[in-house]
Write a protein of this length. Structure first.
Length: 287
């Protein structure tokens, strides 16, 4: 891997009937980091040592990913279970609340967790994943429907698994490198790490089950209250999967919101522009 792990440690925790792997470093208040698709804890490699100066940082492998358990039942990959996983992690580590940081699918889980357990989230930091209500609004527009074509492809049986595994998991590499604005952010070693994680038995099916099971969670008939958790959104403006317009008017759903945009940066914002992301997070947390 391209980043020397310094003093971070690999640990496991049992929560909600599964064993989750995580990397941790530091001491103090808890900061939990949730990755997206098709990643694992490694997507936070530039943030873990920086924020370990102030917090106990815990970067999880979500259920189904890398070294965490991968239940075979498709029903195991629903938002209620993801939320229970995170609650169990926080409590299992001996804390009552945390700073919760999420990107992509990890951002979606973080939004839902903050709504379900606002008392357990001191501050919420979301990277390139819109508020669920804004995402649903976006799906009613042609431009976002076009950007989200892969979500509908992933609903098919078997074919997505075959595509992702073919040619030594080349589609995993292309998904990351091909959609990055700052392509120099990923070394071949980084890309190989993501491919190796996806190649673990059961991982591909589990990763796809996130998409196959959770579209109903974002349906338009759900009523979204105003979230009282202080929230920072960081957004790479050149995201090819999620348009910048999905961030507009998020303040209608979040009482205390700050949005920071990063130009010349794609979806993988904390990896493409780690120094700027770290700076914005530290400014927001007054570190």
């Amino acid at each position: 891997m391209s980043v020397i792990p310094n003093s971070w440690k690999h640990e496991y925790i049992n929560t909600n009937g599964v064993k989750l792997h995580y990397v941790t470093q530091g001491a103090g208040p808890l900061m939990v980091m949730l990755h997206g698709f098709p990643e694992f804890w490694y997507s936070w490699r530039h943030q873990i040592p920086e924020f370990a100066k102030y917090f106990q940082v815990v970067a999880l492998d979500l259920r189904g990913y890398n070294d965490s358990d991968k239940p075979k039942e498709q029903s195991a990959y629903v938002m209620d279970e993801f939320v229970k996983d995170i609650k169990g992690v926080i409590k299992g580590l001996g804390y009552d609340k945390c700073i919760l940081v999420g990107h992509d699918w990890g951002g979606a889980i973080a939004w839902f967790f903050a709504y379900a357990h606002p008392e357990m989230v001191e501050r919420l930091i979301i990277l390139n994943l819109p508020h669920p209500a804004k995402f649903i609004q976006g799906l009613y527009t042609p431009q976002q429907l076009f950007r989200s074509w892969y979500i509908f492809l992933f609903q098919l049986p078997l074919l997505p698994e075959l595509l992702l595994q073919s040619l030594d998991f080349q589609l995993i590499e292309r998904t990351i490198q091909g959609t990055a604005f700052n392509k120099s952010a990923f070394t071949q070693a980084d890309l190989d790490a993501y491919k190796d994680a996806a190649a673990k038995r059961g991982a591909i099916a589990a990763m796809l089950n996130y998409y196959r099971n959770n579209l109903l969670q974002f349906m338009p008939n759900r009523k979204w209250d105003i979230l009282d958790v202080p929230t920072l959104m960081i957004w790479g403006e050149n995201d090819t999967a999620l348009g910048k317009e999905l961030t507009y008017d998020t303040a209608a759903y979040v009482r205390n919101l700050k949005v920071r945009y990063i130009p010349h940066c794609g979806h993988w914002v904390q990896q493409e522009q780690p120094e700027i992301v770290n700076q914005y997070m530290k400014e927001y947390l007054v570190l």
